[in-house]
Design a protein around this ligand. Structure first.
Ligand code: GRF
Length: 198
């Protein structure tokens, strides 16, 4: 049987997508045929990220590499992250609410091996405040996108999308809750498919 692909999840906050990725990989591993991948490491750039405790409670190794001591030197911070990933034999990165703009160093080091989830139907609404922007535009649907990470922010080949309706009276908060549920289905499915195809 093939060894599961070793995945690291990079987070900055609550880590609900990260939790979904860990749970799905474990469930996959319990099925006949075994897991296509395994989450072996969770890295946060923020020591106070809520997701760290969740990952630890699920038995996944966690690591905080605080970006603040690196000041404006984004690449130096990324080099520290990269070294940790290499040390852990990581093969694929899943960004999950990792709130850092990446430099070409990390993007190119992991080209074709780094996925991200974005809470909009890209190419619509790259960047922040996606739900408020979709509501303000009068859209009747929103959603989320899993894509490969390339140099441009929220660009890169799309691996999959999930759509949800925008309902009358939706606020950015209510819409984000609905999209988040879709994210928790889409991201594990896309990561699994991606790792199976490697
Ligand atoms: C999600 O909405 C994701 O699409 C975006 O950041 C948010 C992370 O949420 N990239 P969580 O930390 O996974 O709960």
């Amino acid at each position: 049987m093939r060894q599961p692909v070793r995945v690291a999840v990079l987070i900055s906050g609550a880590g609900s997508n990260m939790a979904a990725l860990i749970d799905a990989a474990k469930a996959d591993g319990e099925r006949a045929g075994g897991a296509s991948h395994e989450v072996v490491l969770v890295v946060s750039n923020r020591p106070d990220a809520g997701g760290l405790a969740i990952a630890a409670s699920k038995g996944v190794t966690t690591l905080t590499i605080d970006h603040r001591p690196f000041g404006k030197d984004r690449e130096a911070h990324e080099r520290a992250v990269h070294d940790a990933l290499i040390l852990a034999d990581v093969q694929v990165i899943a960004l999950a609410g990792y709130m850092r703009i990446l430099t070409p160093f990390l993007v190119r080091s992991w080209a074709g091996r780094m996925l991200n989830i974005h809470p909009s139907l890209l190419p619509l609404y790259p960047g922040l405040d996606t739900h408020a922007r979709a509501i303000a535009a009068g859209d009747d649907e929103a959603g989320c996108t899993v894509h490969l990470v390339t140099d441009g922010v929220d660009e890169g080949p799309i691996l999959g999308q999930a759509r949800v309706p925008i309902l009358a009276g939706d606020t950015a908060e209510t819409l984000s809750e609905r999209v988040r549920v879709a994210e928790h289905g889409l991201y594990p499915a896309m990561l699994g498919e991606f790792c199976k195809g490697r």
